[in-house]
Design a protein around this ligand. Structure first.
Ligand SMILES: [Zn+2]
Length: 239
């Protein structure tokens, strides 16, 4: 079995996370919520550290029931701060509660968080295995939107990592056997056009939503960069 090189094979929880969760299109609000909160706690730490504490988080955070977490007050904050199985950082704990309230607002506004987060790619996953990449136009955009709504600890790097976790971005490396598996769970693209950002004519899949080009996947541009979306937007004006 060939996996992404970064998987720590000595940690069964990490291997299981890579094999069963990471990069798979997730459409369940409860899991989308759990992963968002965990990603916010990760900021500045390793993901493995968070993963090792995941069960403690589930226990302390009422099984990640968003409506419960959204109602936590000072007493609960004190209890969380005293729990050595967690990340005892007051700012992050306060952020997790505030972000939960905003998560609920987004659910009310869009019907579900699933509908909200997947609208950015029209429901499809982007294939983006560039390993040195930690942010993108997409994560910049979503990060900005979440911050405007009042969330914190949702910088572009955190959001990029989150998008990989929930499968909006399929980040498995080309040699990883899970790359194809995740890809097969992705919706079919609307149309395929030639990349405008480099000279090798690589193909990208694009869907049109309200006159705006949305990249759906197949972005294997050898430059490792997102190609110029602006050139596609101009094309969309023509039809
Ligand atoms: Zn992989």
């Amino acid at each position: 079995m060939k996996r992404c090189f970064w998987v720590n094979m000595r940690n069964p929880a990490y291997v299981r996370y890579h094999d069963e969760e990471w990069g798979r299109p997730c459409h369940d609000d409860r899991m989308l919520y759990e992963l968002l909160i965990l990603e916010c706690f990760q900021s500045g730490l390793s993901w493995e550290c968070i993963l090792n504490k995941r069960e403690n988080f589930r226990r302390a955070y009422d099984g990640f029931a968003v409506e419960k977490v959204a109602s936590y007050g000072e007493e609960k904050i004190q209890a969380l701060l005293a729990d050595s199985g967690l990340i005892r950082n007051r700012r992050k704990i306060e952020a997790s509660i505030k972000n939960s309230r905003i998560f609920r607002e987004i659910q009310r506004e869009h019907g579900s968080f699933n509908d909200y987060i997947w609208q950015f790619t029209a429901g499809a996953s982007l294939l983006e295995s560039c390993t040195e990449k930690t942010t993108s136009d997409l994560s910049d955009r979503i990060s900005r939107d979440l911050k405007q709504r009042g969330m914190t600890f949702v910088g572009s790097t955190t959001v990029y990592s989150y998008l990989q976790a929930i499968g909006v971005i399929n980040g498995h490396t080309p040699e990883c056997e899970w790359r194809t598996l995740c890809e097969s769970q992705t919706r079919r693209p609307d149309t395929v056009v030639t990349c405008q950002g480099c000279e090798s004519e690589c193909q990208v899949s694009v869907g049109w939503r309200n006159g705006v080009a949305v990249v759906l996947g197949g972005n294997n541009c050898p430059t490792g960069e997102s190609f110029a979306l602006s050139s596609l937007r101009e094309r969309s004006c023509q039809g």
